[in-house]
Write a protein that binds this ligand. Structure first.
Ligand code: PRT
Ligand code: ZN
Length: 284
């Protein structure tokens, strides 16, 4: 049995639970009452924790794996293995100044007092810049520190930026971009590693499916070479004869990010009856 920690409540909770469910893992969850859930169809136990505790519990073998923001992983500096980037919980960590304070690059921050809940990341950043700042660690409501006179600037998580705006602050430097990560203990027993590999296989199949579209189209045979050249498929496309002589049906898989461009080119090159279909699961 593999034990995985996910956030008990908060910004990563829903996406973490959805990620496991999309991987076909069934478990009852009412995290407000229960702190653990047992999957009924996969050797997995889910433990619901505060996100800040997850890296330490993974390092200490209390759980085998966890889903947590990269920002927390970087701040906690625990010995863990990064397994996979999960594509949700995206945010950035930035330095912000009161709106009326002029900013002329990092030099403007020299010798300022900066409030943050992430002192280690901030310290690491300024070390690489060869600048001195005074870091004030506070555990929450960092964005009000400048207006209280506690600090000259802040370093915090930014999503849309509206919290900064509402507190009269402006983002002046992005220090890092973060997303949720799957992490694991560096020395899992082989049986546990095998379960983690099975989980990872499922997560990757889902992610590949989301990132691609299946396309089908009818093509006059004399245009086939030209049209095949347009398609950036996994391998070469499938070409099947149509009942109507001189025509073929062509099938392929196209990355999500470019399929509109590809469609336009295909149409211009003479493809007809183009269908774009979502993919349920995809194993490369
Ligand atoms: O209770 P627990 O300790 O588990 O949760 P928490 O309160 O420490 O964390 P939570 O649930 O707020 O965030 C969990 C993780 O989500 C963070 O560690 C990040 O990896 C990620 N994440 C993504 C964010 C945001 N987006 C985000 N916007 N975490 C926090 N915020 C804050 C931001 O600092 C601001 O105060 O949300 C507020 C709104 O942001 P704006 O910029 O959209 O206004
Ligand atoms: Zn937290």
């Amino acid at each position: 049995m593999l034990r995985i920690a996910v956030q008990k409540s908060g910004r990563l909770f829903e996406d973490s639970v959805a990620l496991l469910r999309d991987a076909g893992i069934a478990f009852g969850s009412s995290p407000n009452r229960l702190l653990r859930a047992q999957a009924s169809n996969f050797p997995l136990e889910i433990i619901f924790l505060r996100d800040d505790d997850i890296p330490e519990y993974v390092e200490g073998n209390v759980v085998d794996a966890g889903i947590v923001g990269e920002n927390v992983v970087l701040e906690k500096q625990k010995t863990i293995r990064r397994i996979e980037r999960l594509g949700f919980g995206n945010c950035r960590m930035s330095i912000a100044l009161p709106r009326n304070v002029p900013y002329n690059g990092l030099q403007s921050l020299d010798n300022l007092r900066i409030a943050t809940s992430y002192p280690r990341i901030l310290e690491g950043f300024f070390k690489t810049q060869n600048l001195q700042v005074e870091i004030h660690e506070i555990s929450g409501a960092v964005e009000i520190a400048p207006s209280l006179g506690l600090a000259d600037a802040i370093f915090d998580i930014v999503g849309t930026g509206s919290t900064l705006l509402a507190n009269g602050l402006r983002e002046v430097e992005t220090v890092l971009e973060s997303e949720a990560l799957l992490i694991a203990n560096p020395s899992l027993a082989p049986e546990k590693q095998e379960i983690l590999d099975r989980l990872l296989f499922r997560l990757q199949a889902n992610r590949n499916a989301k990132n691609h579209r299946y396309i089908l189209m009818n093509v006059p045979n004399d245009r086939l070479p030209q049209i095949i050249a347009i398609i950036p498929g996994m391998k070469s496309p499938t070409v099947l004869p149509l009942a109507e002589p001189g025509w073929s049906s062509l099938h392929s898989v196209v990355p999500e990010g470019i399929f509109w461009d590809v469609l336009e080119k295909l149409k211009a090159a003479g493809a007809e009856g183009i269908l774009v279909v979502p993919i349920e699961r995809m194993i490369l």
